[in-house]
Design a protein around this ligand. Structure first.
Ligand code: NAI
Length: 314
């Protein structure tokens, strides 16, 4: 089976390694930090065992077989040479990523290799500027935690070749991710643009004293979020009337009227941050232990949801 290189063995690097191994790829991970590399392999082994026990292991291979496919290297060249795909997962720092991509391009020995970044918010035109292999460069931005939330945003540089766009999409599908392709780059890609529009309005409602943070969160968890796990905003419109045309006939004026009252982007000033933090801390105190406990609870819920979605016929 072909080889995939991972550059950076933190949270996202480890996740990608498991996803590629689940589809049978030989995975080679590189990190500048040697201790981090050995901790990464240990933690991948533990996580694969946990996925196997809870029925969430992807692919047809056992946890042991998948772990065997994942190896580490202290040499970036070894990770890049002869790889079908290289996934960069270093810190979110533009100059660091630019430096890493220059090195990746230097070692790359094939026009077929896809050179891919996991960046959450750096635009491809900034990240890949001046690279000799720019036509092979692309972004595949996963959603955290990638093993439970399979969305992957694919964002090309204007000069990324059509073949590389297609190969990236195909590979993501092959490993069980759900890729979405942006035709051209835009700041925030899709997920964060949509997420920020939601955060902005939630913030305005609390700041202007219409609701508590707890009740705003319930609007999502007991309302919109329930259906958004299964159908997106467009399908919601379509199903909430006799199709999209009738929905817009009925509701477009209301959407425009309400939208005209949204107001400017919140400043996220110190006082409102402190107020909202105080309210949310009554439910989840912001200590390391309490946050960790709540993340586990969230991930258990996501795992059950992922199982349910797998069982439901489309
Ligand atoms: P992390 O801090 O967990 O890991 C970064 C790793 O990069 C560390 O192990 C570090 O030793 C290594 N590193 C630093 N310089 C390096 C170099 N020159 N060569 C090789 N390795 C190097 O970071 P995390 O959270 O895994 O994020 C990685 C990327 O993924 C970032 O671009 C981030 O924006 C993106 N991302 C993060 C998500 C998240 O929720 N954490 C979600 C989606 C994308």
């Amino acid at each position: 089976m072909a080889k995939v290189g991972i550059v950076g063995s933190g949270l996202i690097g480890k996740s990608w390694a498991m996803l590629f191994a689940s589809a049978g790829y030989q995975v080679l991970i590189y990190d500048v930090d040697e201790d981090q590399l050995s901790r990464a392999i240990e933690s991948i082994g533990t996580q694969l065992d946990e996925f196997e026990k809870s029925g969430l292991l992807r692919g047809k291979l056992s946890a042991k077989e998948q772990l065997k496919l994942i190896k580490t290297s202290r040499n970036l060249g070894d990770v890049v040479v002869n790889s079908k795909h290289v996934q960069e997962c270093v810190y979110e720092d533009l100059s660091l990523k630019q430096k890493v991509f220059k090195e990746i391009c230097k070692y790359c020995n094939s026009d077929e290799t896809v050179l891919c970044s996991s960046t959450s918010c750096i635009m491809p035109s900034k990240l890949f500027v001046g690279l000799e292999r720019v036509s092979q460069c692309i972004i595949a931005h996963p959603c955290n935690p990638p093993s439970l939330c399979p969305l992957t945003e694919i964002v090309p540089h204007p000069e990324t070749s059509q073949a590389v766009r297609q190969r990236t999409r195909d590979l993501m599908e092959e490993i069980g991710q759900v890729p979405v392709l942006l035709n051209k780059e835009i700041d925030g890609f899709a997920l964060n643009r949509i997420q920020y529009s939601v955060i902005n309005e939630c913030w305005r409602l609390v700041q202007a004293w219409y609701m508590t943070t707890e009740d705003v969160d319930k609007v999502m968890t007991a309302g919109m979020g329930m259906r958004y796990a299964f159908i997106g905003p467009f399908e919601t419109c379509h199903l909430n009337a006799e199709g999209t045309v009738q929905y817009m006939d009925k509701y477009a004026e209301g959407i425009k009227r309400v939208s005209s009252t949204f107001g400017p982007t919140p400043e996220y000033d110190k006082d409102s941050v402190a107020k909202i933090n105080q309210e949310i801390c009554q439910k989840v105190p912001d200590t390391r232990e309490q946050l960790e406990q709540r993340r586990k609870w969230r991930d258990n819920g996501l795992a059950e949801l992922a199982k349910l979605k797998k069982q439901l016929p489309e």
